[in-house]
Design a protein around this ligand. Structure first.
Ligand code: UDP
Length: 464
């Protein structure tokens, strides 16, 4: 095994040498990263099923890493017999489709049964390369963390983990009718929190949640705000966008973009628009809902039925999931984008909309409190009371001057969030994981060096 070859002589000198390396004195450059994304491919169309912000995050950060000379291999589960073994997603970014279980018919909740074949395939693939092929593993979502943990132990390289969502946090703010995340997931997440070398989160709030719910060591946590593709998402001609979508220029358009599931609360938006029109039915409102169905707890969740129930079915337009280049048109056509989610680890849609010069009304939950500048580029609404939402929407839709002010500020706020900034923080996190830039709070003390030496000894024994 790799670790044996790195520690053939069992003497303590070698162990101490390795321990010194983690101080950063001999830290290697990062050449190649193994990214694990088991349950969803970065090449899948986001906005439906299990594909969403995480897919965009994994692909965009990989592309940016590759631009900086760091090669990225993304391991994901093949879901079609047509998936080639590997695909070059961008220069320097390879997606490796791992066959583990049937191509169709397995949902996210079935995937724990496929961890062994998936991990075995990743380990075998790496074994076909020279030792030291990867410098670091970055796992996304807890299922991938399970794979990354074992690979980390085999390869003797650090594991950085991003949870994206956490069961304990999600369960604490479930939508009505949504199914709670199982205990097994929370147990798995806890193990990964304990085992990872570093934990990467989107916001300070997420860092607090990791500490509160999972007792994570704060010294292991790094924060990197996600971004938006600021070259793609730019302000543009609203009338032209309306023309492309066939929307009347006189209408006030409120858009929802994302996976259709109770957690994202598009029903709250429809009911709020219903309440708004109950108060004044002369407002020419159009609700534009973009995305496909997703997630658990779907039974009986029909936006058509809700629109009918609140009497606005003729004011709602549904569009299937759109690629980013067409989403730009949606954001530009909208007067306001609503993000009423019950829980949101960040909320890329809010950033993208603002980058296109569109104000956002968002629930004051999770990363949305960072993604939206309250009363500057849009508004944050506490809770999901339909009347609170109706009054926030009415204020923006009915006040051209306010909307213009938010619209002006929106791209300025969004400009702080580029994938370049995210990857600056990501690389810093990777360097910490490799021991190259240990922050003052976690400087290696003699005790920690001894601890590290123990870990290296344990790894050596393990690989025997
Ligand atoms: N998205 C898309 N097409 C759609 C709907 C959504 O490409 O029709 C993308 C959207 O641009 C965003 C991501 O899906 O980048 C959703 O991310 P977000 O953080 O808003 O929500 P998540 O899916 O992670 O819950």
């Amino acid at each position: 095994g790799r670790v044996i070859s790195r520690c053939t002589s069992a003497d303590d000198d070698a162990v101490a040498r390795e321990a010194r390396d983690v101080t950063g004195l001999n830290a290697p450059d990062i050449r190649r990263v193994a990214v694990i994304s088991v349950h969803t491919s970065p090449l899948a169309q986001p906005g439906t099923g299990d594909a969403g912000g995480m897919n965009v995050y994994v692909l965009e950060t990989a592309k940016e890493l590759a631009r900086r000379g760091i090669l990225v291999d993304i391991f994901t589960r093949a879901t079609s017999s047509l998936d080639p073994h590997s695909v070059e997603a961008a220069p320097g970014v390879t997606v490796r489709n791992i066959v583990a279980g049937p191509f169709e018919g397995l949902g996210k909740t079935d995937l724990p049964s496929q961890m062994c074949p998936f991990t075995a395939a990743v380990l075998r693939e790496e074994a076909s390369h020279e030792p030291g092929h990867y410098d670091l593993i970055h796992s996304h979502y807890w299922l991938s963390g399970q794979v990354g943990w074992l690979a980390r132990d085999r390869w003797g390289i650090p594991l950085v983990h991003t949870a994206h969502t956490l069961a304990a946090v999600k369960n604490a703010s479930l939508a009505h009718g949504d199914v709670p995340e199982p205990l097994a997931r929370q147990v798995g997440e806890q193990q990964i929190v304990n085992e990872s070398d570093r934990l990467l989160v989107n916001t300070d709030e997420e860092s607090q949640q990791l500490q509160h719910f999972y007792h994570a060591d704060p010294r292991k946590i790094d924060i990197a705000a996600p971004g938006a593709d600021l070259a793609q998402f730019t302000p543009g001609d609203k009338l032209q966008a309306r023309k492309t979508l066939g929307i009347d220029p006189a209408e006030k358009v409120i858009a929802f973009v994302g996976r259709i599931q109770p957690l994202k609360a598009p029903d709250v938006l429809l009911r709020a628009v219903g309440a708004m029109l109950d108060a004044d039915d002369t407002v020419p409102v159009r609700v534009l809902i973009v995305g496909g169905t997703s997630g658990t707890g779907q039974h009986g969740y029909s936006l058509d039925a809700i629109a009918h129930e609140v009497g606005i079915e003729d004011r709602v337009t549904f569009l299937p999931p759109q690629p980013a280049k067409d989403l730009v048109t949606v954001y530009r056509a909208a007067d306001v984008v609503a993000v009423p989610s019950y829980s949101e680890s960040f909320g890329l849609v809010a950033l993208e909309a603002q980058a296109c010069g569109t104000p956002v009304v968002a629930a004051h939950v999770g990363g949305l409190g960072v993604a939206v500048a309250d009363a500057v580029s849009g508004q944050l609404v506490d809770g999901h009371d339909v009347h609170d939402w109706a009054s926030a929407l009415r204020e923006i839709v009915g006040n051209d001057e306010l909307r213009a002010r938010y619209a002006h500020a929106a791209p300025i706020h969004a400009a702080q969030f580029s994938w370049g900034h995210t990857v600056d923080a990501l690389v810093e996190c990777y360097r910490r994981a490799l021991g190259a830039a240990v922050p003052p709070s976690s400087q290696l003390t003699p005790r920690r060096v001894a601890g590290r030496a123990r870990v290296l000894r344990r790894k050596r024994n393990y690989s025997r």
